[in-house]
Design a protein around this ligand. Structure first.
Ligand code: OMP
Length: 235
């Protein structure tokens, strides 16, 4: 199965994000609106991008007590995103509450997909063990969090491409793996730890590839996007 690319619109203003989208002319994209853009512009930026015919993953990574997350999700349901997320570290009760809030807020309409961040792709094995004080193998933790997310009724998880295969084996083929930490060959890792190329991520079974800087910071973003597309279209 071919994965879909989600471009991370990590821009400081709506104006910058929209002029980036203009470069793609009539191409319909799947994009991610994260904290920077959403905190600056509010829900209107999601509506504007959707109005242009693009799909939107609203990445706000909710992580709080169940009641607060449920209420926040109820409100977020009306923003019009196609996908939203929480931190799996909030626990099964919190994730269940997130689904409930989203369902209540979408009553009568389509509920956005909801996924949970397992371990951030910037986290490596040593940081997880020594600093976050989570014992054991990082992959095992990611899989355990994915199972929690599945038990809570979520649609999938955010993980690195390196964990996609195990997650599909340990949950179900339909359970989504959304994988950031994607880099074109030769691009700097920056703050990411668990990285893979688009082609490798496809081989390992990722359903969605979240790609930011390899496209947005490229000299020619449209060309970089096409290069990513070619990598995943090559059989
Ligand atoms: O939830 C996310 O989207 C996310 C989770 C994660 O574990 N790692 C991660 O990098 N992300 C997001 O994915 C994007 C990756 O951007 P680049 O590193 O520039 O490709 C950023 O917008 C991050 O906020």
């Amino acid at each position: 199965m071919k994965p879909e690319i989600i471009i991370a619109l990590d821009f400081p203003s709506g104006e910058k994000a929209l002029s980036f989208l203009d470069k793609f002319e009539n191409e319909k994209l799947y994009v991610k609106v994260g904290m920077e853009l959403f905190y600056g512009e509010g829900p209107s930026i999601v509506k504007e991008i959707k109005g242009r015919g693009h799909k939107v993953f609203l990445d706000l990574k909710l992580h709080d007590i169940p009641n607060t997350v449920k209420s926040a999700m109820k409100v977020l349901a009306s923003v019009g995103a196609d996908m939203v997320n929480v931190h799996a570290a909030g626990g099964i009760k919190m994730m269940k509450a997130a689904v409930e809030g989203l369902e209540e807020g979408s009553a009568g309409g389509i509920r956005p997909e909801i996924i949970a961040v397992t371990q951030l792709t910037s986290t490596d094995q040593e940081t997880m063990n020594r600093e976050l004080r989570i014992e054991g193998d990082l992959k095992d933790t990611v899989l355990a969090y994915a199972r929690n997310a599945q038990a809570a009724g979520l649609d999938g998880v955010v993980c690195s491409a390196w964990e996609s295969e195990e997650i599909h084996d340990g949950t179900s083929k339909e359970f989504l793996t959304v994988t950031p930490g994607i880099r074109l060959l030769g691009d700097a890792k920056g703050d990411q730890s668990r990285v893979a190329t688009p082609g490798r991520a496809k081989e390992m079974g990722s359903n969605y590839l979240v790609i930011g800087r390899s496209i947005t910071k490229a000299d020619d973003p449209v060309k970089a996007y096409k290069t990513c597309m070619e990598e995943i279209n090559n059989d």
